[in-house]
Ligand binder design. Structure first.
Ligand SMILES: Cc1ncc(COP(=O)(O)O)c(C=O)c1O
Length: 399
């Protein structure tokens, strides 16, 4: 790897005497390094971050502020405000035709991240295996490992539009497999799993009696294709833990609000973990989320339209500069193939940052199959993406 002129201070060493083995075994996220370095440089254009550049829409902000000003500064019920659970049940019914009882089958969490932690903690015994199509969100393997579970990566490939191959998933199933963890639309590839693929995975879940954890946090950000809600597939409601949130669709990352919906027998187990770790999601964030569900639709559509414009730009420019880039159909990431340049993805990202001050994330941060790619987020202004593409093209031409 070429050395960067800006070096991060060495992180403090972990205390091996006291920390649990599980904690010691967690790898630092491969994303953070590039953010931290980019933050220390001037004139960097960051395509590294996985969050909307938009500020949360005004009515949602106002709902949060209002709730604070009214003194709504207390805990809510563990699962979340009853009105919010009712609104979410209605929302999921309307969007996907799935029916969840708001009294027992929905809970609000501190971001989708906590919901993921709850699912893993509530489901897994030590040694239980979870099949994870990769490249994927960096927390999946870690959340499974933290519970003593075993993440089993099944790489998705460019040639298959980064969709999981059900045959490969089946080949990875063992007597210890407890669940399949799906994250579509996908961070980092932008892939959307087709109905056909998901139906084939659903058949495997029945055949091998598996639970499916379906992280659909980017559900509203799909471009010209349908988002298939896994729980809505025939026979899947009863074996799906449906995870989602407000961070991406409504530009609410800092509010820390997400949700899980699942059959009561499972959701109530997750609620127990939530009750003792978190108590309740932040009250003002729940008020903001309620406003988002009630009046946020036009903002979702506006933001999606702008992401789509940027998506077209970035995919065209990356392909034109000779970096083969699959057309992402969801989320807000492009995943160009950079190994043709002769550099590894880490070298590519490091040198691009050093020489042209554009931050991207090396694909290997996202698990098996990510090597040879970099993730470019287009959740940044159109003009900045244009400039980043000019810089990147200059860089690629020099190689
Ligand atoms: C696929 C996926 N799931 C879950 C999350 C967590 O989101 P949050 O905790 O902000 O709701 C992220 C964030 O990047 C993500 O990309």
């Amino acid at each position: 790897m070429s050395p960067l002129s800006i070096q991060l201070p060495e992180p403090p060493k972990l205390d091996k005497k006291y920390l649990s083995r599980r904690t010691q075994d967690l790898k630092p996220s491969g994303i953070r390094k590039f953010f931290d370095i980019a933050a220390m440089m001037d004139d960097v254009i960051s395509l590294g971050v996985g969050e909307p550049d938009f500020t949360t829409p005004a009515p949602i902000l106002e709902a949060g502020i209002d709730s604070l000003m009214k003194g709504d500064t207390h805990y809510t019920s563990n699962a979340g405000l009853a009105e919010l659970r009712d609104a979410m049940a209605a929302h999921l019914q309307k969007l996907y035709g799935v029916t969840y009882n708001p009294a027992t089958e929905i809970l609000f969490s501190v971001g989708g991240s906590e919901a993921l932690y709850l699912a893993a903690t509530a489901l897994l015994n030590p040694g239980d295996e979870v099949i994870i199509p990769t490249p994927c969100f960096v927390a999946y393997q870690a959340e499974v490992a933290l519970t003593g579970g075993v993440p089993v990566e099944v790489p998705c490939c460019f040639e298959n539009n980064f969709e999981p191959d059900p045959k490969e998933i089946e080949a990875a199933i063992t007597p210890n497999t407890k669940a399949i963890l799906l994250g579509f639309p996908c961070n980092p590839t932008g892939a959307v799993a087709s109905r056909e693929t998901l139906l084939a995975i659903a058949a495997l879940a029945v055949k091998h009696d598996l639970i499916v954890i379906s992280d659909e946090i980017y559900d509203r950000l799909v471009y010209g294709v349908e988002h298939v809600c896994f729980a809505a597939l025939p026979g899947m409601w009863e074996r799906t833990i449906f995870l989602g949130g407000f961070s991406k669709d409504y530009a609410m990352t800092g509010w820390r609000i997400g949700f899980a919906a699942a059959p009561a027998g499972i959701l109530q187990g997750m609620l127990r973990v939530h009750q003792y770790t978190i108590m309740s999601a932040p009250t003002m964030a729940q008020r903001g989320a309620l406003e988002a569900l009630l009046t946020g639709e036009s903002y979702v559509l506006q933001m999606k339209k702008e992401y789509d414009r940027r998506r077209k730009l970035i995919v065209r420019r990356l392909n034109e500069m000779g970096l083969p880039t699959f057309e992402p159909k969801g989320a807000f990431y492009a995943f160009p193939k950079v190994d043709g340049t002769g550099l590894t993805s880490d070298e590519f990202a490091t040198r691009l940052l050093e020489e042209e001050m554009v931050a991207v994330v090396p694909g290997e941060a996202f698990g098996a199959g990510g090597d040879g790619y970099v993730r470019c987020s287009y959740a940044t202004a159109y003009e900045k993406i244009e400039e980043a593409m000019n810089r990147m093209e200059r860089f690629v031409k020099r190689l």
